[in-house]
Design a protein around this ligand. Structure first.
Ligand code: PLP
Length: 407
């Protein structure tokens, strides 16, 4: 990077921008109405009681500047949910902070914990990954190190293959569990390894857990704080988890989540956020307290996703390398061999012939060590109604069965 080149110029185009370019000049088959599995945005209805709580607090909630730390009642509601969901105990006064969705918090956290004056400042993140990790890293003045997920190990990122020399300059590690796009949940053994590495190399772990309530197996996904507590690390040293109501409660437009964990990190994060100016509106706080306090709507939401995945996955399994994920709302599918691992060709032809949009996996990953671990896969977000997702799957089956790519 040149001395005067702004950090901003290092940002990569966002995947949806690349998708627009990929699809430029493609005319989708007009015989089919468009169905998009491209964007991972919740589309189930926002529960009425959350809308009512928000509307009911407009008069007082908008009348004053909210404190950046949020109200004690909100922090207690978040801590109460952590206790019920994971059995972990956090101090609402020092170990919880409200954030405006996990996206801005994932970004802002890097700005808080990364010291770019250290030589080779590095942030480690999974590959494929949620794109914010990379932008947060670059704008914090650090360099990303990508850790490929291994399809043979339920897409576990191979933390064990990261060289010690990289760990030595690592300041922050992003964990995404349940993973976007893989849906994989990180097991306790991997947490143990990361905690040991964090002890040795003093890096911070940021655990992005916004899909934790959408899961398909019996047991709810293990959380980062839960893993720490199980391993006797109840001070959560160098660990913060980030979660959000967006997917859990179908309120992506409300922008509400929280971070919890290491009190020292949260103290610094509060200072950063005070200057950054990201305090949650009082009305949103009131609605968030209502949402964190209710599980019935979360169970209903999970049931809807389970029904949808149970209807769609078996349709695709015979024609693609795909299986029911542990959690989240994506299918992370391998394109058939005939496509010679070209996820972009597959996505473009699928749009042209059947008017279904999927996201090429290579757009969600980076070339590292000579390979792009997203290549040859596509991400399908099952966020629309079940009937629409089933129709999309049926079209994909037809597409694969009828089509051989150009030689
Ligand atoms: C892995 C992951 N983390 C965080 C987010 C951010 O969600 P929000 O800011 O709504 O909490 C998303 C959204 O798509 C995501 O996929």
């Amino acid at each position: 990077m040149g001395a005067h080149e702004p950090l901003l110029s290092r940002l990569q185009p966002y995947p949806f921008e690349r998708l627009r370019q990929l699809f430029a000049g493609v005319t989708p088959n007009p015989a089919y109405r468009p169905i998009s599995l491209g964007i991972g945005e919740p589309r189930h209805a926002t529960p009425q009681f959350i809308q009512d709580a928000l509307a009911g607090d407009l008069a007082t909630g908008l009348a004053g500047y909210p404190p950046t730390a949020g109200s004690p009642a909100l922090r207690e509601a978040c801590a109460g949910w952590l206790q019920r969901r994971y059995g972990v105990q956090v101090d609402p006064a020092t170990q919880v902070l409200p954030v405006l969705g996990s996206r801005e918090a994932l970004f802002a956290l890097a700005q808080t914990v990364v010291d770019p004056t250290q030589p080779g400042a590095t942030v480690v993140c999974p590959n494929p990954f949620y794109q914010i990790y990379e932008g947060a890293t670059l704008l914090a003045g650090a360099q990303p190190h990508y850790v490929a997920s291994d399809p043979a190990r339920n897409f576990a990122p191979r933390w064990d293959l990261v060289p010690d020399a990289v760990w030595a300059r690592t300041q922050l590690v992003y964990v995404c569990s349940p993973g976007n796009p893989t849906g994989a949940v990180m097991p306790l053994q991997e947490w143990k390894l990361l905690f040991e590495l964090s002890d040795r190399h003093s890096f911070v772990i940021a655990s992005d857990e916004c899909y934790s309530e959408i899961y398909f197996q019996g047991e709810p996904p293990l959380g980062g704080l839960e893993a720490a507590a199980q391993l006797g690390r109840s001070d959560f040293k160098r660990l913060v988890m980030l979660t959000s109501l967006s997917k859990r409660s179908n309120v992506p437009g409300m922008r509400s989540g929280f971070v919890a964990g290491d009190a020292d990190i949260l103290k610094a994060f509060l200072l950063y956020r005070t200057y950054h100016g990201s305090a949650m509106s009082g009305a949103v706080q009131t609605a968030s307290i209502a949402a964190w306090g209710d599980e019935a709507h979360v169970q209903d939401n999970r049931r809807q996703y389970r029904e949808k995945f149970a209807a769609v996955t078996p349709l695709l399994e015979p024609v693609m390398d795909v299986k029911l994920p542990d959690a989240a709302f994506y299918l992370w599918a391998g394109v058939p061999d005939a496509w010679k691992s070209s996820d972009t060709d597959f996505a473009r032809a699928l749009l042209a012939q059947y008017n279904v949009t999927v996201l090429p996996g290579s757009y969600l990953a980076r070339d590292a060590g000579g390979a792009n671990p997203g290549q040859g896969r596509v991400r399908m977000a099952l966020v629309a109604e079940t009937a629409e997702c089933v129709e999309a799957a049926q079209r994909i089956v037809q597409f694969i069965q009828s089509h051989t790519p150009d030689p």
